[in-house]
Design a protein around this ligand. Structure first.
Ligand SMILES: *[C@@H]1O[C@H](CO)[C@@H](O)[C@H](O)[C@H]1NC(C)=O
Length: 387
């Protein structure tokens, strides 16, 4: 119970920069048509959220919802101040190396909603035909897939030791471990949000997309899909069964099938990063140099891996038909012909035909009279002055 009261204090995951990079890596995996399809879904919120309504920038939108006052990380005039979604950003799998007596049953750690629940629900909802749902949950996907690649977003650490102190009710993913770093982050979680002081730029309406793009390209060249650091971790089409189940509907148990895949992602981050992320750290001290070097390298790998997985996911989303946008959907079809209009049209048509017949026979009669006059040796003018 106590854990639940402590949760709202948890900070953002990757700073905007990390999220934007994950999404940019994903974007670079797609064809222009696939990107256009995703952007078309996201555009519906563009009036309310200018500058965060395309495949890359929408990745920061879920953090924007938390904004309660204007600052460098919340440079918007409108502040949503919504905190009901806060727990959608992380998972709290216990890490308990000191054998602390946990305030929760260790096998019942999974709170709902959690990041795992968010991703699974989002995937299921993408089977619907609502543009709002696609847009809303796509934004969450773009964000949370990034989040769960930040190791301290997949864990709740429990400690009772001289280095980290007494954190027997959980460390809120490192938020309660104060550490000093060269970029001024105040706790271990924030340090990881900055990708070990590597990616510090916040979203702004005039974000330099070329620099972002170049950074993403440099990262993917350094860590291609076939890189040994991803061996046994990155599985190109691991979402295929989930997607098939989503499209097939309830009977195919899409929730179970999809949750298994997303759990494999969160577990992968936890297994590869969590133990190391707490090793060598001492509360209220500086981050050691060798730790910093590893944290930067691991953060970069995780951003790329998150981007690859997100790219695969977006490809599936883009394989669905484009839903018409609200403007197009609300366009009135041409009005039905009323019975009166049909009768009026039919009568008009009959009238036109009758008039044509009348005109025709008048002309015929005139021609006959002219011919008759000529055979009788009269001038046609006697019959028709114009002839
Ligand atoms: C690009 O990467 C460099 C570090 O390599 C960083 O200093 C810079 O802020 C990054 N810019 C963006 C937009 O990602």
């Amino acid at each position: 119970m106590l854990l639940i009261f402590l949760l709202p204090a948890v900070a953002n995951a990757w700073w905007d920069n990390g999220h934007l990079l994950v999404a940019e890596v994903a974007r670079q995996q797609l064809t222009p048509q696939q990107v256009a399809h995703i952007n078309d879904i996201l555009k519906d919120f563009a009036d309310d959220y200018p500058g965060t309504s395309d495949l890359v920038t929408a990745a920061v939108w879920p953090d924007m919802l938390k904004c309660s006052s204007q600052s460098t990380i919340c440079p918007r005039e409108v502040l949503d101040n919504i905190h009901i979604f806060d727990s959608w950003h992380y998972n709290e799998k216990p890490y308990n190396p000191d054998g602390v007596k946990l305030p929760i049953c260790s096998d019942k750690w999974q709170n709902n909603p959690s990041a795992l629940y968010t991703m699974t629900s989002a995937m299921l909802s993408l089977g619907s035909n609502s543009r709002f749902t696609h847009n809303f949950f796509l934004r969450w996907m773009l964000h949370v897939v990034g989040d769960i690649h930040q190791p301290l977003h997949t864990v709740s650490g429990f400690f009772d030791n001289p280095q980290l102190g007494k954190l027997t009710y959980g460390d809120l993913g490192g938020n309660r471990i104060p550490v000093q770093s060269p970029c001024g982050t105040s706790n271990l979680h924030a340090y990881w949000d900055s990708a070990a002081c590597t990616y510090l730029i916040n979203w702004s309406p005039d974000l330099d997309r070329r620099e972002l793009s170049a950074n993403a390209t440099a990262l993917t060249s350094k860590y291609p899909k076939t890189s040994s650091v991803f061996a046994g971790r990155y599985i190109e089409d691991d979402l295929q069964d989930c997607w098939t189940a989503v499209l097939a509907g309830r009977a195919a148990k899409p929730f179970d099938v999809c949750q298994e895949v997303f759990l494999s992602w969160t577990d992968d981050t936890y297994d590869s990063g969590v133990a190391k992320a707490y090793t060598g750290i001492t509360s209220n001290s500086s981050v050691p140099a060798d730790y910093a070097a590893w944290a930067k390298e691991f953060s970069e790998q995780q951003i790329v891996l998150g981007g690859y997985r997100l790219g695969g996911l977006l490809r599936l989303v883009a394989s669905r038909v484009v839903l018409p946008s609200p403007g197009e959907k609300n366009k009135k079809p041409p009005p039905e012909w009323t019975l009166t209009a049909k009768l009026f049209a039919a009568l008009s048509l009959i009238l036109v035909i009758l008039l044509a017949c009348l005109l025709n026979s008048t002309l015929k009669l005139r021609r006959k009279l002219v011919n008759l006059a000529m055979t009788e040796g009269l001038s046609p003018r006697a019959i028709d002055p114009q002839a």
